[in-house]
Design a protein around this ligand. Structure first.
Ligand code: ADP
Ligand code: MG
Length: 277
């Protein structure tokens, strides 16, 4: 953490949303959403397709302006973060690494330093050193020279994390990072995120469909369906009522360790992004 920042002494929430409403033209994407992401916490966001999860993240990143309400990131308006923006690591929903491309692991990680997302750029004099340090944090430094096409599913996820860590962010935001990976590899990713949160104190905000798995790792979970349906500890918020409000259909909860396991009946509209609530 940058101890010279006067903000860090007083700001305990990395993200604060207050009554945030976002529209795309006539379409309401977020309505009156308020919640905090405390510094050092691991927060999950779940919700059906089209429930506003990506919109929420893009609003936090300052890429979308709410029509009403306030967003603060590190205590500031996201559009005024300036150099502090490099404290955010971001893994977008379609993270855009073509694993068949003839690229070495270290080069793929370095693309995180000079990608298209200009605002995330920070001057780093030693690109290779920064990329190697990021790879080391996910125990991939010994694979630095390997072609990315040779990586296993688990190693691919760690590469995505390493690329997001290359700026040494204090806040890591991931939008459905497992969607391009097979289900089994997904769990490994959560283990690594848990490690980064627990050992390195990085704040993690994770959007996921995988409610059961996410619930095992996060401190708090926000259930979104345009509005914030529920927010709190997983065991408190994952209830039949919450799922009914999110998915609009009967859900059956089974006891499964501490966390309930859910079965939702398929509804024809669930995967149709064009159908809001
Ligand atoms: P999620 O990530 O939960 O699937 P999104 O935030 O992508 O949801 O979308 C929320 C709603 O806003 C959906 O109804 C979607 O169709 C709509 N939407 C998303 N992006 C745009 C856009 N660029 N223009 C118009 N509507 C959009
Ligand atoms: Mg999305």
């Amino acid at each position: 953490m940058n101890m010279h920042s006067p903000l860090n002494a007083t700001v305990r929430n990395d993200i604060e949303l207050r009554h945030v409403t976002v529209r795309y033209g006539w379409r309401l994407a977020l309505e009156d959403v308020s919640f905090d992401v405390p510094h050092g916490s691991f927060c999950g966001i779940i919700g059906p397709n089209g429930s506003g999860k990506t919109t929420l993240i893009r609003t936090v990143l300052g890429l979308i302006e709410p029509v009403s309400g306030n967003v603060l990131v590190f205590g500031r308006d996201p559009s005024e973060l300036g150099a502090e923006r490099s404290r955010i690591g971001y893994v977008p929903q379609h993270a855009g690494i073509d694993f068949t491309f003839p690229l070495r692991v270290i080069d793929a990680v370095m693309t995180g330093l000079y990608g298209k997302r200009g605002p995330f750029r920070k001057h780093v004099s030693d690109h290779r050193g920064a990329a190697l340090a990021a790879l080391k944090r996910v125990e991939m430094d010994t694979l630095a020279k390997r072609p990315i096409s040779e990586l296993s599913g688990g190693q691919r996820q760690r590469l995505l994390i390493a690329r997001a860590l290359v700026h040494e962010p204090t806040l890591l935001i991931l939008d459905e990072p497992t969607s391009a990976l097979d289900h089994r590899a997904g769990e490994g990713l959560y283990e690594w995120l848990h490690r980064l949160n627990d050992l390195d104190g990085i704040t993690v905000l994770l959007v996921s469909h995988d409610m059961g798995v996410v619930s095992r790792y996060v401190d708090t979970i926000a259930c979104l369906n345009t509005r914030l349906v529920a927010h709190g500890r997983p065991s408190e918020v994952i209830t039949g009522g919450t799922l009914e409000s999110m998915y609009g259909c009967g859900a059956v909860l089974f006891g499964h360790g501490e966390m309930p396991h859910m079965v939702v009946e398929e509804s024809p509209h669930r995967n149709d992004e064009g159908h809001g609530p």
